[in-house]
Write a protein that binds this ligand. Structure first.
Ligand code: HEM
Length: 527
């Protein structure tokens, strides 16, 4: 073919034989040959496109949706990984979902292609509760305000300097918690709710100061627990309306209606807190997060100005992501300790040695509680509170593990299955804090070790790690040092989880506390 094209071309360049009329006749043929040759060269030079990952077939139109089940996505995804491997795809309607369950592939996504996979796709439920994806967790990575909002949270509110400045507040809230338990010794105590109340109160104080007090505070805290439980379930459930926008109007699962109801009560609450603050603005100046956000709102001409919906979006993130995660981890750790009395004994011995039986826990004790820290580190992989992290979205078409992930695919990083993989962890299903004790530096949970990602990794990793870690160990150490805990008679620890974007326990852990400190005066330091 090239030979013919070449002879024709040289004949043409040499002027041809104009008289015999060959040129006009051959011209279209020549152009076609040239076109074909160029196309052939182009195809040869182009790398063949990697195939899509393997995956189950599903049904026409609906894809795999009917087989997914809506309550245990992490388990279904883990089971499918056993069949299709560490990267597979499934269609939900016309949406391509890619699930990744190996550390090396997670690394490709979050580190090698970090920017392209830092994108999020905001499902309908998230759009509603975050005031139009105006928050941090569901806003697009490429949105001009995302970096600014994340910086406000990570570098201003949760910086080490700011956290150190809030030490007295943390101490006060933990002491209040100990005092509350002491007032109810011998009674059935919901451990998760106790931790949740402590965190709501702490975060509320950091965010809007002491604005809510007394009876109003009790009402808000008890309502929040119920509301947040609904939010995390709605956010975790696959929503048919997201996959079939043309029938979104029917809201078949009632997710949109449910979320709108929650947003309305949340909105009323936020409006009342904001209004209250604005009324006071002429008086004493506050220095909490709300004031910082409102000051940015007032400064409309500045590029760092925030809209009211952005302020509300950030507040929703802080209160939901900051409370349910940490209280959930506290409840899981306590459950594992109740299930393993020999480990509980070791924790108590360490608390006695480091803190002393006539003393209460202070934050400076925490780094010396090596065994308790190992218990916390061991709780994270067995009970990751975000088993599928927050799903990512591909900003462009990319190759991962030799497969193509097309633009706009929704990508799940299944840390649940990575944390339970016997090829990665020795006896992953056994609760063995010693694995962290013997090699303390080996497994780092700050996102640098892709086998162990309780806080995610890279650009979208949790900005609340420092506060979460501090509060989790402070609350746990105080509960365990100040009280003995017993299960109600004939009850066993139940370790089943309830799936949601944040996974808590299916059945709350109820325990009976009795005082452990010999000096009862220590319980009276309640503020
Ligand atoms: C034990 C406590 C906590 C755990 C286990 C935890 C875990 C996580 C995880 C796994 C993610 C998703 C990361 C990803 O998608 O790669 C996340 C995101 C997030 N967390 Fe946390 N978290 C905790 C505490 C907190 C606290 C105290 C706050 C704030 C006060 C917070 C705020 C956030 C926010 C705003 C995001 C979204 C980040 C983004 O998309 O850019 N978290 N967290």
């Amino acid at each position: 073919m090239f030979q013919t094209a070449y002879s024709l071309l040289s004949w043409l360049l040499n002027g041809g034989n104009q008289k015999d009329g060959f040129l006009p006749a051959a011209f279209p043929f020549l152009v076609a040959m040239l076109g074909l040759s160029l196309w052939y060269l182009f195809l040869k030079a182009r790398k063949p496109m990697a195939p899509l990952p393997p995956g189950p077939l599903g049904l026409p139109i609906v894809g795999y949706l009917p087989f997914l089940g809506f309550d245990n996505l992490h388990l279904v995804f883990t089971e499918l990984a056993g069949v299709y491997g560490p990267i597979y795809k499934l269609w939900l309607g016309n949406k391509l979902i890619v699930v990744i369950s190996s550390p090396s592939l997670v690394k490709e996504v979050v580190r090698d292609h970090d920017i392209a996979f830092s994108e999020r796709e905001s499902p309908i439920a998230a759009q509603i509760i975050t005031f139009g994806s105006n928050d941090i967790a569901f806003d697009s990575y490429s949105s001009p305000s995302w970096k600014h909002k994340r910086k406000i949270l990570a570098s201003d509110m949760l910086s080490n300097a700011n956290l150190n400045a809030c030490y007295d507040l943390r101490r006060e809230k933990v002491m209040e918690m100990v005092g509350d338990v002491y007032e109810n010794v011998g009674m059935l105590t919901d451990v998760g709710e106790l931790a949740f109340r402590t965190l709501t109160s702490l975060i509320g104080n950091m965010v809007w100061g002491g604005e809510i007090q007394g009876e109003q505070r009790t009402i808000v805290e008890s309502q929040f627990k119920k509301i947040f439980a609904e939010i995390v379930v709605f956010l975790g459930k696959p929503n048919i309306s997201d996959f079939f926008p043309s029938i979104a109007w029917f809201d078949i699962q009632g997710i949109e209606r449910g979320m709108k109801k929650i947003r309305q009560s949340f909105n009323e609450f936020l409006d009342s807190v904001i209004e209250e603050r604005m009324k006071k603005e002429t008086g004493e100046q506050k220095s909490d997060v709300l004031q910082m956000l409102l000051d940015l709102h007032k400064n409309q001409d500045s590029p760092s100005s925030l809209t009211m919906n952005q302020i509300k979006g950030i507040l929703v993130n802080i209160v939901v992501a900051g409370t349910d995660t940490t209280s959930g981890s506290t409840e899981w750790a306590m459950s594992e300790l109740m299930q393993h009395p020999e480990i509980m004994e070791k924790v108590k011995k360490e608390l006695n040695d480091v803190i002393g039986v006539n003393n209460t826990v202070e934050e400076f004790h925490l780094p010396n509680l090596r065994y308790l820290n190992a218990v916390i580190k061991e709780t994270f992989p067995l009970h990751p509170v975000l088993p599928l992290l927050v799903p990512r979205c591909s900003a462009r078409s990319l190759t991962v593990g030799g497969y193509t992930i097309p633009k706009d695919s929704r990508v799940f990083l299944n840390t649940w299955s990575i944390h339970r993989d016997p090829n990665i962890w020795d006896n992953p299903m056994e609760f063995q804090p010693e694995r962290f004790l013997n090699e303390p530096g080996k497994l780092d949970f700050r996102g640098n070790d892709f086998r162990y990602l309780p806080f995610g990794s890279e650009r979208r990793k949790c900005p609340g790690i420092n506060l979460g870690e501090k509060m989790l160990s402070f609350i746990l150490a105080s509960l365990l040092h100040s009280f003995e805990w017993k299960l109600p008679q004939d009850e066993k620890v139940d370790l089943s989880g309830k799936f949601g974007i944040i996974m808590g326990k299916k059945n709350p852990l109820h325990l009976i506390p009795t005082p452990r400190l010999t000096n009862l005066e220590l319980y009276k330091r309640k503020s």
